[in-house]
Design a protein. Structure first.
Length: 112
């Protein structure tokens, strides 16, 4: 039995354990979109769930010695050094700022 994915529109064979309840195919983009839609639906049905929970969570963290500020950053900053030949130094008039374009790609934007 083939079923159409609600997110990409392609046909897929649902998992035999889920059968007709499965809404999306196995593609990562569709699974991510389905999870986002499910979370939005849940928060609409439970609008006040997260309000007023801070004192409870703060006490829970202190009891377990978990402090949010002391969690190390996952991606530490990396220093980037650009070397410019001395004879080309006078040619540079603008400030160069690197902005992230992709996961490992940066683009230079000048401001003058």
């Amino acid at each position: 039995m083939a079923k159409r994915c609600l997110f990409c529109g392609q046909y897929f064979t649902p998992d035999y354990r889920v059968k007709e309840r499965q809404k999306s195919c196995r593609r990562p983009e569709c699974r991510k979109a389905r999870k986002k839609a499910a979370q939005e639906t849940w928060t609409e049905k439970n609008p006040g769930y997260f309000q007023g929970r801070y004192p409870y969570v703060k006490a829970w963290r202190q009891k377990r010695k978990m402090i949010q500020d002391k969690i190390p950053r996952r991606n530490p900053y990396v220093e980037l050094i650009i070397r410019i030949p001395a004879k080309k130094k006078d040619m540079i008039q603008d400030e160069i700022t690197l902005k992230r374009v992709g996961v490992r790609t940066f683009a230079a934007h000048g401001y003058g």
